[in-house]
Ligand binder design. Structure first.
Ligand SMILES: NC(=O)C1=CN([C@@H]2O[C@H](COP(=O)(O)OP(=O)(O)OC[C@H]3O[C@@H](n4cnc5c(N)ncnc54)[C@H](O)[C@@H]3O)[C@@H](O)[C@H]2O)C=CC1
Ligand SMILES: O=C(O)CCC(=O)C(=O)O
Length: 528
């Protein structure tokens, strides 16, 4: 079998692969050449430079596995790979330390003017007064995104005697306590920090999360760092904020389009900014780590063994699969629904099985619930292999209960969650082969969990449902199905609207503010 290693992968991993396979190594691989040669390969390894597009995957006749020698798999078309049965693996922890240390280096370089001082020294200048910096000690660092890298940065910042304020809607108090950071809201972080660093994936929620509006709320003299993904901090707004002195300085490693000079980028001309060419993972150690990680994964996968770092594969035995397969999507969507209802971080999840399904091992279904629950909030696709570990890492207690008795349905899955101190519950079953949500909290419903659903508890009185329909319709949102759930509680119902279009955050807030509406939550099953 043949392996194509692109983008300058460290030789350590290549040596491992060469023991079993023929390996073709390319430091630079133009897109046209990748398209031309890919049909010949069984495995492909990339860093961030090569784009593994749907077109590449369509031409990859023999490809069985793609290894991303790094964390972010945003340069690989995962749905296209999955649809073709190609496993995608990454190295979730191989470059964590490198990216963490790079963030610290950027913070220090920016606050002590090291790049510009170095540059002017080489020109023969001696500017001691001009480049007076600021100390980290005693300052507040806002960390947005407390995953592997964010947590590592927080830990190191505390060693510099910084106070750390952290915002991550998906970590709970217990984990924050273990890390020794103070959990805060997004607004509290941006309004009270002297330094702010972002460490989350680029998603529709995080894109432009820090723009001019947010920068204007920050403390005068604030300094910003982005070593995560280009675009989380709006580039044009940051350039302007630096020019106007709204932001004192910035340090940026990643860009919306890389290299930034190719398409032009306002940050290249901005003052008081330290720029590096996506060097976060570029250490000898990290490159050995990620190359060995993906090499081991590729060797296992090409020998037909499961790979723990697969981002799109579920290793399931055919016997187990036969019984539980019809419930997997339902279980995932119950997890996705419950996280969509939550206002705070998930603390515990209990999955209860009733009926005949209790006769088989339901562990994989519980994993499917966790997968659905974590997928909307994680950088990497959460799969059956990594979901339990990720839940554990995040301090989420997962338990399973079984009761053969089942009153109204042949089989029933109940997901009970405690999130931010609040108890939430959803229940689902199969009608034939069709998954259905049959209860949301105390409300009995019959909902086909697909597309997007808007869930609104409301006063049971004439006209309330109509106002929601009119508002959505007026904003171009089509309702394709509707359910009104009832409960024993007098006067309160739950409407569940299946909508064809996305509902922007501002419109969701307007729905919430309507007379007679208690709340409005959107669950997007496309993200689960
Ligand atoms: N510059 C570079 O060379 C490198 C960049 N990276 C990038 O750094 C980022 C972080 O990587 P890891 O820490 O390994 O990922 P991770 O998956 O461990 O952590 C991501 C964190 O972001 C949080 N998050 C998700 N949505 C959020 C939101 N709306 N607001 C606040 N937090 C949110 C998640 O709860 C999670 O804790 C990724 O984008 C990754 O691609 C990673 C390695 C090297
Ligand atoms: O391969 C690289 O150098 C990029 C690393 C990165 O951005 C990641 O791992 O997400």
């Amino acid at each position: 079998m043949k392996v194509l290693a692109a983008d300058g992968i460290s030789p350590k991993g290549i040596e491992l692969l060469q023991k079993d396979f023929e390996v073709v190594v390319k430091d630079k691989l133009p897109a046209e050449e990748l398209l031309e040669i890919i049909p010949d390969f069984d495995a492909l390894i990339v860093r961030s430079a090569s784009k593994v597009t749907a077109e590449v995957i369509a031409r990859a006749e023999k490809l069985k596995i793609i290894g991303r020698a790094g964390v972010g798999v945003d340069n690989i078309d995962i749905p296209a790979a999955t649809a073709k049965g190609i496993i995608v693996i990454n190295s979730p922890g191989g470059n964590t330390i490198a990216a963490t240390e790079h963030t610290m280096a950027m913070m220090l370089a920016m606050s002590r003017n090291i790049p510009i001082a170095n540059e002017t020294m080489h020109k023969g200048e001696w500017n001691r007064k001009k480049y007076v910096g600021v100390e980290l000690r005693g300052k507040t660092l806002g960390v947005i995104g407390m995953g592997r890298i964010g947590s590592g940065v927080a830990k190191r910042a505390m060693a510099f005697d910084m106070n750390v304020l952290a915002y991550d809607p998906y970590i709970n108090e217990e984990r924050a306590k273990a890390l020794g950071v103070k959990i805060a809201t997004f607004d509290e972080v941006i309004e009270n920090s002297d330094f702010i660093t972002v460490h989350m994936p680029l998603t529709k929620d995080t894109k432009g999360m820090i723009a001019m509006e947010q920068m204007k709320k920050m403390k005068p003299g604030v300094r910003l760092v982005n070593c995560a993904r280009g675009g989380i901090i709006d580039e044009a707004d940051l350039a302007e904020a630096l020019k106007q002195g709204i932001v004192a300085a910035a340090a940026i490693d990643v860009y919306t389009s890389e290299p930034p000079a190719e398409k032009g980028n306002p940050l290249l001309e901005a003052p008081n900014i330290v720029l590096t060419p996506h060097l976060g993972a570029s250490t000898v150690e990290a490159q050995i780590g990620v190359s060995v990680d993906v090499a081991k994964g590729i060797i296992a996968a090409l020998h037909g063994e499961p790979v723990a770092t697969a981002v799109n594969m579920a290793p399931v035995s055919p016997q187990v699969m036969r019984v539980i397969a019809p419930y997997l999507t339902l279980a995932e969507r119950l997890g996705g629904t419950v996280v969509g209802l939550a206002d705070g971080p998930i603390e515990s999840v209990e999955v209860t099985y009733n009926g005949e399904i209790t006769e088989v091992n339901t562990g994989l279904l519980t994993t499917a619930v966790i997968k659905g629950l974590l997928n909307p909030v994680m950088e990497n696709e959460v799969n059956y292999v990594n979901a339990p570990g990720l839940a554990k890492e995040r301090g989420i207690k997962v338990s399973e209960r079984k009761d053969r008795a089942s009153e109204d349905f042949a089989n029933l899955i109940t997901v009970d969650v405690v999130a931010g101190g609040q108890k939430l519950s959803v229940q689902g079953t199969l009608f034939g082969t069709q998954g259905r949500i049959v209860r949301i909290n105390d409300f009995r419903v019959d909902v086909d969990p697909h597309a997007r659903i808007l869930i609104c508890p409301h006063i049971n009185r004439p006209g309330v449902i109509g106002t929601v329909g009119t508002l959505l319709g007026g904003n171009g949102v089509n309702i394709s199905a509707m359910q009104v759930g009832t409960t024993e509680e007098e006067g309160k119902n739950l409407m569940v609207l299946t909508v064809d279009n996305d509902i922007p955050a501002a419109l969701l807030e307007t729905v919430k503010a309507l007379d007679g509406i208690f709340d409005a939550k959107l669950v997007n099953f496309y993200e689960i």
